[in-house]
Design a protein around this ligand. Structure first.
Ligand code: AMP
Length: 303
């Protein structure tokens, strides 16, 4: 079933203690789409400049990502630069040059308006809301954001949050949005804002899924050689939404499995720069990591 994503496509420059990459393919919509493409057909709505390399367009197409909604506008592609120290959970943003992304105003093609599954990656909540309004009758719509929007478009963000089924954000953003230091209380406050499902990502410490009644916890997949964490959150969201769209099952039980698939895709992502870690993954490798995650939380039956 078709999954639509709206978000950034970027040229990223990243420095980690293990190496450096310059102007490589990045952006939230890119990581999301590549991860989700292993589960279902994905359509991407984004904007790039005329400098965007054709090799990247060819790559996206080779992953079966439908890019009729990727606008190529006169000007430069969005660029982002970041650096990590030995604690890979912390990163410094060195540069954000919005370029053509500054005037991004997502306009859905007729075929995209019929999408059943929608992911609103981290963009201005006003634009995210405009996408919700353009999709005719989405079955399941999820949202991501960042601290910048929590600080600068708080009421607009809350309006958008109130209209989605699921909200995916990291633990510090969760505390910040709820203005509440305790993560459990913060999650409760956000659930009160409207979404049925809240997914809180905790980097190498895994992810939590909250509903009004329940909490589910998934560990991160143990990776010994984390090379570059950029895009891990978006790849997680891609695996999560990809599994939901593939199965068409929006029960809480299936959301739990979706969290594990999200975790698996993030684990591939962090092993290399850019989307390299997610190129040519076999179904067998995905299922092996899924089974290992399951084993990690298996404590046998009571005797
Ligand atoms: P993550 O590590 O999952 O938070 O995602 C990082 C990706 O988000 C990078 O590839 C960046 O190009 C992209 N990104 C960084 N800042 C922004 C921003 N302000 N708006 C949209 N995308 C961004």
């Amino acid at each position: 079933m078709t999954l639509l994503v709206v978000g950034s496509v970027a040229l990223d420059s990243v420095k980690t203690p293990f190496g450096e990459a310059r102007e490589v393919l990045g952006g939230a919509a890119t990581y999301f789409s590549v991860a989700a493409s292993y589960y279902t057909s994905v359509s991407m709505i984004a904007v790039v400049g005329t400098d965007f390399p054709k090799t990247h367009i060819d790559f996206l197409k080779s992953q079966n990502i439908e890019i009729d909604g990727l606008e190529i506008r006169e000007g430069k592609t969005f660029r982002w630069a970041g650096a990590y120290g030995y604690d890979l959970n912390e990163r410094d943003t060195i540069d954000t040059s919005l370029n053509v992304f500054e005037n991004f105003n997502p306009k859905l093609l007729e075929k995209h308006k019929e999408s059943e599954y929608v992911f609103l990656a981290n963009i201005d909540p006003v634009l995210q809301h405009s996408v919700i309004n353009q999709v005719e009758s989405p079955r399941f719509c999820a949202l991501d954001t960042m601290n910048f929007w929590i600080d600068n478009k708080n009421s607009e963000l809350k309006k958008t949050i109130s209209e989605v089924d699921a909200f995916v954000l990291n633990d510090s953003e969760c505390r910040h949005l709820a203005e509440e230091p305790n993560l459990i209380k913060a999650a409760r406050k956000i659930i009160e804002m409207g979404p049925r499902i809240l997914v809180v990502k905790k980097g190498e410490h895994g992810a939590l899924l909250f509903t009004k009644e329940n909490v589910f916890s998934a560990p991160a997949f143990p990776i010994e050689d984390v090379f570059d964490p950029t895009g891990a959150g978006d790849s997680f969201a891609g695996g999560f939404m990809g599994h939901i769209a593939k199965t068409g099952d929006i029960t809480e039980e299936n959301m739990r499995r979706a969290i594990l698939y999200g975790t698996v895709m993030a684990s591939f992502c962090v092993e290399k720069f850019s989307v390299e870690g997610m190129v040519n993954i076999g179904e067998k490798e995905i299922e092996e990591r899924f089974s290992m995650l399951r084993e990690m939380v298996n404590f046998g039956s009571e005797n």
